[in-house]
Design a protein around this ligand. Structure first.
Ligand SMILES: [Zn+2]
Length: 741
């Protein structure tokens, strides 16, 4: 901690030394609101208007030949500052050849000079002195000017005028207030005095506003504004304010407290932004810009109570590595894995900016697990589709053993069993058991089974209306139709067409063979799903503590529930599921309102902590012509494009080196060139071809450089109960947190 304070003091000193005339402007002390930060709001502007409800204190610096002067004034209205750059003639040494109230005399002298020398001659009128001034020449050095002066001969009171310097001119209304090179402006009611603004406030305390602000081009800021002429003779507009005030305008601009309302994530953002700002302290003209080149700062306009609270509750806390504030880089959405700093930016590897997975830690992940104590026993050896059908009928109160043996399943179904199952199916599908039953013998053949099923599915002889003889013939063709009684053909053909019956013996229908319970179970399950699905579906919101969260509310799970995971359009029984949110669920509730059957389809969003970000996964499709055009614009000419090959990927999978192969050559792109050439928003991508449409598809994950903290990931971690410290330590390897003031 001491070391840090010493470091901050050193930085302040270094800053003061950077400009020797800077004495009056030197920021003071590190108090409990942190050191002063200088943020460039604008650079290279010609003019800017400032104001404050309480008026402005203005301190001006003038830089004269020999003396360095300051003076301060009060400005009640709008203050307009302009950079005045010298005209081309004024930018060299000149000779003032005459100064006269007589315009004719001035013209005469000018004409003489023009005739005698080949140097430029200008005449101007000085309103204050009411004199005409005649200037002559434009010389690179004082020496050249004095030799020209000698050539003028014994000319009256000629003198050398040094080149005009750019000037900063301030106006209040039309009135010119001050001329100088640098200006510091503060609200008149600001009690603090960072830069030696000695002018006491002219307002009585009762008239002072709670939070003094200064409007820069209409936008409110805290602290002070300094205007300085830069090397190009234009204005840099710099906001100087204590770090903690600065952060109030950074945190909400970087991580919206409206879109991401999690206090711990905002605190992590506050500490990252604080650490980053400290790591940038002490640069020549200003420490940071107000945009994504450093970190986005929006001043008072973006402040929000929640982000204010995040800043206040972490006041002075900094992420340090070996005692020094870290360069806490962060980006919007890392795409699932952050990247090593040296892979993206030049410079040496930083031990705290390592590639890490943007995901929950194992022990937190298990919170999202749903378990079942059901043992499948011999059912486990059966085809997965049968297991699912069995599970479905069981939860739908069909009479079935809890632990079926393989003999039971492969055994022949009895007439009693069939009637009980068919009754239950009729209940579910039609709400009644009526309907004419075909006569059942002791052995249930496929033919009998099919007709019995048809009796509940098509009780009004729908098959006769829907399947004319030619269709029955057609559907049953090759499936032993000749063995079937005429009056059964339409029903059986319809069952085949609807996908309820399938070959019971290898690839053929053996209508006279007895059928196994397994076949009956699956066929009845298919019929129910087709005619009247009994299962509900929903999108999972999340899960915690062994319960599911659905949009409709919390869902408890039966300890012996059936759990299925869908893979390649098939459901497979499992005894645990991970529910992260976004999964498509099919479930059944028992009489107690608990889920006893859950089938899950994995969410395409995956499980990374930044999965809910809009940029988590995105696609950009480019036609080959458009692609060639973009490459040509980037100066890559390889002829007709043949392939794009990624030669090197970083630890997170980001493309570091890529080769473009064309008919007339190859070209290799590295690092930032890759994004620039294609116009991609991410380096983490795969390229796929859409041959049909002649397009290349860039499938991207994430948004931003992907180094350091992932902001959308941090938000999700906070929602999962991570503290700001846990969040920061996840993304910044090996850091410590220190309160330095
Ligand atoms: Zn991430």
């Amino acid at each position: 901690m001491k070391k840090l304070l010493a470091l901050l003091a050193l930085l302040a000193l270094a800053r003061a030394a950077a400009s020797t005339q800077d004495r009056a402007m030197r920021p003071r002390r590190v108090n409990d609101r942190g050191p002063l930060i200088r943020v460039a709001l604008m650079t290279n502007v010609r003019a800017i208007t400032l104001s404050s409800p309480s008026g402005l204190k203005v301190l001006l610096e003038r830089e004269e030949e020999t003396a360095y002067q300051t003076n301060s004034i009060f400005c009640r209205g709008d203050l307009r500052a302009e950079a005045k750059t010298p005209s081309p003639e004024q930018s060299g040494y000149r000779i003032e050849a005459a100064r006269t109230p007589d315009s004719r005399r001035a013209r005469k002298i000018a004409d003489e000079l023009k005739a005698k020398f080949r140097e430029p001659v200008t005449t101007t009128y000085d309103e204050q002195e009411e004199r005409y001034l005649v200037f002559f020449g434009k010389f690179q050095s004082e020496w050249e000017a004095s030799s020209a002066l000698r050539r003028l001969g014994a000319n009256r009171r000629a003198r050398i005028i040094p080149p005009e310097k750019p000037r900063l001119i301030a106006y209040e209304g039309r009135k010119q207030l001050l001329v100088g090179v640098r200006m510091t402006i503060a609200p008149a009611d600001q009690a603090e005095n960072h830069f030696g603004l000695r002018e006491a406030s002219r307002l009585s305390p009762s008239r002072q506003s709670a939070a003094p602000i200064i409007l820069v081009g209409g936008r409110p800021y805290r602290g002070e504004i300094s205007l300085a002429l830069n090397r190009r003779g234009l204005l840099d507009v710099i906001n100087t304010l204590p770090l903690e005030d600065y952060l109030r305008g950074v945190v909400p601009a970087e991580l919206s407290p409206v879109g991401f309302p999690e206090l711990e994530a905002l605190k992590a953002q506050a500490i990252a932004a604080r650490s980053y700002a400290l790591s940038r302290l002490g640069r020549a003209e200003f420490d940071l810009t107000d945009d994504a080149r450093s970190q986005v700062y929006g001043g008072v306009l973006v402040e929000h109570p929640l982000s204010d609270r995040a800043v206040e509750e972490t006041r002075g806390i900094v992420a340090v590595y070996q005692g020094e504030p870290i360069e806490a880089l962060y980006s919007s959405t890392c795409g699932g894995q952050t990247e090593n700093n040296e892979a993206i930016f030049s410079g040496k590897p930083l031990p705290y900016l390592r590639s890490v997975a943007c995901a929950l830690d194992q022990e937190v992940l298990s919170k999202h697990e749903i378990r079942s104590n059901r043992r499948l026993g011999q059912l486990a050896a059966m085809p997965s589709q049968l297991i699912r059908s069995y599970a479905m009928l069981e939860v739908l109160a069909f009479k079935l053993p809890r632990q079926p043996s393989s003999q039971y399943l492969s055994g022949q179904i009895t007439p009693d069993e069939l009637l009980s199952w068919i009754d239950r199916a009729a209940d579910l599908i039609r709400g009644s058991r009526g309907g004419a039953r075909p006569h059942l013998s002791t052995t249930i053949r496929l033919l009998d089974f099919g007709r019995t099923l048809a009796s509940i599915l098509y009780p009004n002889q729908e098959a006769r209306a829907l399947i004319p003889p030619a269709d029955a013939e057609y559907l049953l063709y090759g499936f032993g139709a000749q063995d079937l009684p005429r009056d059964a053909r339409a029903e059986l053909a319809l069952l085949i067409r609807e996908g309820i019956l399938w070959p019971n013996s290898g690839s053929s229908f053996q209508w006279r063979d007895p059928i196994a319970r397994a076949y009956a179970i699956e066929a009845i399950a298919r019929a129910i799903e087709l005619k009247k699905p009994q299962l509900q579906s929903a999108m999972a919101v999340s899960s915690a503590g062994g319960q599911l969260r659905l949009p409709s509310g919390q869902l408890e799970i039966e300890p012996g529930a059936w759990l299925f995971s869908r893979v390649a359009n098939q459901s497979y029984p499992v005894n645990r599921l991970l529910i992260m949110g976004g999964e498509q669920l099919i479930y059944h509730l028992n009489a107690a309102g608990r889920a006893d059957f859950i089938e899950v389809e994995h969410s395409k969003r995956g499980a990374s902590s930044d999965r809910f970000s809009r940029s988590s996964r995105s696609e950009m499709r480019l036609g080959v012509e458009e692609l060639q055009l973009r490459l040509a614009r980037a100066g890559i000419r390889v002829g007709q494009l043949r392939d794009i090959v990624i030669r090197e990927r970083g630890e997170s999978g980001r493309a570091l080196e890529l080769e473009i192969i064309g008919r007339q050559g190859r070209s290799t792109l590295r690092g930032p060139q890759i994004r620039a050439a294609f116009g991609l928003k991410e380096d983490l991508f795969a390229v796929a071809r859409d041959e049909l449409n002649g397009q290349m598809i860039f499938i991207m994950r994430g948004w931003g450089h992907g180094v350091g903290m992932c902001q959308t990931g941090a938000y999700e971690l906070a929602r999962e109960g991570y503290t700001y410290e846990q969040i920061l330590k996840k993304y910044y390897t090996g850091i410590e947190l220190k309160k330095i003031y």
